[in-house]
Design a binder for this molecule. Structure first.
Ligand SMILES: *[C@@H]1O[C@H](CO)[C@@H](O)[C@H](O)[C@H]1NC(C)=O
Ligand SMILES: *[C@@H]1O[C@H](CO)[C@@H](O)[C@H](O)[C@H]1NC(C)=O
Ligand SMILES: [Zn+2]
Length: 989
């Protein structure tokens, strides 16, 4: 039954809405008191226990996101998010003291759309009174080890925008909440800080780290999450939750739990109030001993709990009542209250302490000595690649929607949109999605959602290309070029290729298309002939492609494309009947080289033997080979097997797939390729394109044979004579670089228990080793696990096929079937470069962006039409080399969202690690910028209104103040690693 207070409030609301007012607010009513203003009173002289009722709702894991939403397939796992929200809202309305938090906007969005006006009003009221608090607020609670920063920013923007649009100011979360991700990235903390969050709580960290933090009472800290941004811009108050995200033992009252309820009627059997209160006071005091203030937080909930919220709330009501009653009667000194993460955070802030400063990250995560969660860095490599490609396509789709205007969503090629892909990408960032730790049917669902996103983007792209070029003939996007399948280029004597470049600078790109003719003419947008080459489709590709395509040759030509624009190349068949290009030559030459790079091969083994940078005249002894670790199935030290989450090899030395490679060579004026076949399931193309600064290694792995009963984890390993002294470097979510030291952690004395798995780190885009003279950098095309197990050595885990589950809940062995059900084949690319350490970033920074945002190819059969526009750029000029165009997307009918990013770290590049200025007025060729407002990173707040709680670190001499950055006119300056977010009011020229 509703309390009198509530009924009165509800009556006012009803009146207002009948009068046509906006439901939640009225000029005469009190302003909403949510967030810090709505916090319950606490007792300064007592221990305050903040009980936070919560549910952890995975956006897909054992079931798909929609199965979880509806509560379908409960035989797999009993979980139904719609019922959780129904039940919680009812329970909150029954008592104004009750609180609840909600996190995953993908679910809230689904639920909200199905609610009546009355329920919506009730929920809006709960939120504007702080009784239902939104925390985190991204579309999902994203993974941190295998995500790219831009996809994190996009998924947070998507979720937070829905919350702001729907609930206004009170819908803006103050606290970031990553209670389940399996380790924590420093870049994630930096992004949260830039999004305006006041604090961050999480549940999982290495068990040794946690023990040490409990001993030293450093569970709460100030994370200084950037070496480049000026403090406090990337400072984030960070708290480790005491108990993962579970309640203390014995106090779980969900229908999914078995703890005894509070039995408080003395007339009935088993009265237990005294023992429950006693046990609770003990739990509270034990926990308080690990933390610094007289406030502690307890997470009262867990996975998919609160489907019947009454169970939890009824017992929590009683617990609060009886524990607090003891204070009055016996002076227990403990005050228990319903609370929220932001109310707890506010009390920590009021404590006015100085906090230890953390500058590294929380990888890798181990929960026991032989259980390092470093396998998921590489699990499901094809899904990881598809997610990365989809991120690139989403940016293209967003940009073209801006460039094309109204015609983009409805035009000659039908209707299209960017929302489907945006939401699919939002779901794919979840910590069991791109992480690769979901069941197979759920992985399939994520892939299908992305595919549906592509299918909605493609008509949009076609519409815009037609508007901009004047050619309405159909476009084809060949999604299987990596296995040489593309019907338009295979079947047509004449076709055109439009190459769209989403970068803010011009790019050169090597186009490679499957064809059946043996000689073609290719002309550029000005009608000038372009060098081209036809080569046979390799046996490697035929073996992967199987019956999915039949092209005999590949046509290769270089394209050059202006920034944020396209170039259209025309291709015509000159000769079909000619014998065809010469077959590959057996064997490897002693060396291959282009203008910038030379590599040599060992004549006996066919393996790489050295790499030279011809510009800097450096040479490095370098071999590269494929190895596999034999996955543990448990041993006498621990029953832990290798699985989707956990990497546990059963020996420290991996086995070579082969000690030698059978080789073939293709040399043309456009590129040099040496094909290396290591076994029927591992091959590689060593490629030097004309004009390329990197050596390309295109690897193909699979189906991994497991007929011998051994799970296998396949790596590519580089061995060099770099004197790397135990150090190596990996990127954090594609941005700043972290130094790693073998068998070492910066903040505690590591007892290393897994010499391989315990040295693995997430690699999102790059890993390198260096000494005084040389840096060997390897760029990846997806997230992978990587390490340097010996000095001079680097390795990346490419693919895993395992035969056992690893006991972390997924309940399946990671053995992906692939399209032919005999094991998944995966293909990808590593880019290798050698340079002096001081110059390395000048190459790897722009190249990593080029790889993350590759050009989109679109093919049209036939000739280009008269008057067709063959070249276009949406920019007036290239952006400065230090600046990356991170986001350009349509926000509403008048405004577009723009993010510009400085791509260099402070001190990393002599040429580029400096402030750089861009004039927004002079940016676009087809858009007039009429107004500029700067926003927070996730675009849910105006920058000038963004205020954050300030926190003092133990190492800070004086209070820190962040730069007051507000745009002065249209000139904006970016500091190293800075991202600035703008809402631009635009008019089409
Ligand atoms: C917080 O602590 C600092 C230094 O210890 C002190 O100068 C300041 O007055 C305190 N602020 C409040 C609000 O107590
Ligand atoms: C937040 O949403 C409100 C409407 O609820 C809107 O007026 C406001 O502009 C939004 N703020 C931002 C920063 O988008
Ligand atoms: Zn989870």
């Amino acid at each position: 039954m509703a309390s009198p207070v509530l009924s009165a409030a509800a009556a006012i609301l009803l009146l207002l809405s009948e009068a046509g007012g906006f439901p939640a607010r009225a000029p005469t009513a009190e302003p909403p008191r949510c967030g810090y203003e709505s916090c319950p009173v606490t007792q300064p002289s007592m221990l305050n226990v903040h009980m936070v009722p919560h549910t952890h709702d995975d956006v897909g894991w054992l079931k798909t996101v929609d199965q979880y939403y509806y509560g379908d397939r409960n035989e797999i796992q009993h979980a139904g998010v719609q019922y959780i929200l129904d039940s919680v809202v009812q329970a909150l309305q029954q008592d104004p003291r009750r609180r609840f938090i909600y996190v995953e906007t993908a679910f809230l969005y689904r639920w909200w759309r199905q609610q009546s006006a009355e329920t919506r009003r009730a929920v809006t009221q709960l939120i504007s009174q702080g009784r239902l608090e939104l925390v985190g607020g991204g579309w999902c609670m994203n993974d941190e080890a295998t995500v790219l920063y831009s996809a994190v920013i996009d998924q947070m923007t998507l979720g937070l925008r829905f919350l702001n649009d729907t609930f206004g100011r009170c819908g803006r979360p103050r606290v970031a909440w990553h209670i389940d991700p399996f380790g924590h990235a420093r870049e994630q903390a930096s992004l949260f800080a830039q999004m305006g969050f006041d604090g961050f709580f999480f549940g999982r960290l290495d068990y040794q780290d946690k023990a040490q933090r409990m001993r030293s009472r450093t569970m709460e800290m100030l994370w200084r999450a950037s070496e480049s941004l000026v403090p406090s811009n990337a400072d984030l108050f960070t708290g480790v939750l005491p108990n993962g995200y579970n309640p203390p033992a014995g106090f779980c009252w969900d229908q999914l739990c078995d703890d005894p309820p509070i039995r408080d009627d003395p007339a009935l059997e088993d009265y237990n109030v005294d023992s429950v209160v006693k046990k609770f006071l003990q739990a509270a005091r034990d926990q308080a001993a690990l933390y610094k203030t007289n406030h502690i937080i307890m997470t009262m909930g867990s996975d998919f709990q609160y489907e019947n919220a009454n169970l939890w709330f009824k017992n929590l009501d009683k617990l609060i009542h009886y524990v607090n009653a003891q204070v009055r009667s016996q002076g227990s000194g403990v005050n228990v209250l319903y609370s929220t993460p932001s109310c707890y955070l506010q009390e920590l802030h009021r404590a006015n302490l100085t906090w230890p400063v953390k500058t590294d990250d929380f990888f890798p995560y181990a929960d026991t000595p032989h259980s390092f969660w470093t396998g998921y860095f590489s699990s499901r490599p094809a899904l990881k690649r598809y997610e990365r490609k989809s991120n690139g396509l989403l940016q293209v789709c967003n940009q073209l929607e801006v460039l094309g205007g109204a015609a983009s969503r409805r035009g000659p090629h039908g209707s299209g949109d960017s929302d489907t892909l945006r939401r699919a990408m939002g779901v794919a960032q979840h910590h069991d999605a791109v992480a690769g730790t979901e069941k197979q049917h759920v992985a399939n669902d994520y892939a299908q959602r992305l595919a549906s996103g592509w299918a909605h983007c493609e008509p949009l792209v076609s519409n815009v290309l037609s508007v901009l070029s004047g050619s309405v003939s159909p476009h084809s996007y060949c999604g299987s070029l990596n296995i040489s399948v593309c019907p338009v280029s295979e079947d047509n004597h004449q076709f055109s290729v439009t190459v769209y470049n989403p970068m803010g600078s011009a790019v050169s790109w090597s186009v490679r298309l499957p064809v059946n003719g043996s000689l073609y003419s290719v002309t550029d947008p000005r009608g000038q002939p372009v060098d081209s080459q036809v080569v046979p489709v390799s046996n490697f590709t035929r073996a992967v492609r199987r019956d999915r395509g039949y092209a005999a040759y590949e046509l290769v030509f270089p394209a050059r494309v202006p920034p944020l624009g396209f170039s259209t190349y025309s291709v015509s068949l000159l000769q079909r009947s000619w014998q065809g290009p010469p077959p590959p030559q057996p064997g490897a030459p002693p060396s291959i080289q282009n203008e910038f790079v030379k590599v040599t091969f060992d004549p006996d083994t066919g393996l790489l033997s050295s790499i030279s940078n011809l510009e800097t005249q450096q040479t490095l002894r370098l071999s590269q080979n494929f190895y596999w670790y034999n996955a543990s199935v448990g041993n006498s030290d621990s029953a832990q097997p290798s699985g989707a989450y956990i990497f546990r090899p059963n020996t420290s030395s991996p086995f070579p797939v082969s000690t030698r490679a059978q080789t073939f060579t293709v040399q043309t004026p456009l590129f040099q390729e040496v094909y290396q076949e290591f076994s029927p399931w591992v091959s590689q193309v060593v490629r030097l394109p004309r004009g390329g600064h990197q050596l390309e290694l295109e690897w193909t792995v699979g189906p991994i044979p497991v007929g011998d009963g051994l799970g296998k984890e396949v790596i590519s390993r580089f061995d060099s004579d770099i004197n790397s002294s135990g150090l190596f470097y990996t990127d954090s979510n594609g941005r700043e670089i972290l130094e790693r030291r073998r068998d070492f952690r910066p903040t505690w004395d590591l007892k290393q228990t897994e010499p391989i798995a315990g040295n693995y780190y997430p690699v999102n885009t790059r890993i390198f080793i260096k000494d005084g003279r040389s840096q060997l950098t390897v760029l990846t095309d997806r997230s992978q696990g990587g390490s340097s197990i010996k000095d001079g050595s680097l390795e990346l885990m490419l693919h895993r096929r395992l035969l056992q589950d690893d006991f972390r809940g997924v309940g399946e062995a990671l053995s992906e079937p692939g399209d032919y059900y005999d094991g998944l084949v995966v293909r990808g690319k590593l880019l290798v470069s050698l340079s002096p350490p001081a110059l390395a970033a000048d190459t790897h920074r722009p190249e990593a962006h080029r790889q993350a945002l590759p050009p989109l190819l679109s093919l049209q059969p036939g000739k280009t039409v008269a008057g067709q526009r063959l070249e276009f750029s949406g920019l007036q000029a290239e952006l400065p080399p230090a600046v990356q165009l991170l986001t350009l997307s349509q926000w509403d009918s008048e405004s577009v969202l723009l993010r510009l990013e400085h791509r260099y770290q402070r001190g990393e590049s002599v040429a580029h690690s400096h402030p750089v200025t861009v004039n927004l007025q002079k940016l676009f060729s087809t858009l007039e910028v009429e107004g500029v407002s700067e926003m927070s990173l996730a675009a849910n707040q105006w920058k000038e209104e963004m205020t954050r709680l300030d926190w003092r670190g133990e190492t800070d001499a004086k209070p820190l103040h962040s730069r007051e950055g507000s745009p002065s006119g249209s000139e904006v300056t970016l500091q190293p690693m800075e991202i600035r977010t703008f809402l631009l009011r635009v008019r089409r020229r």
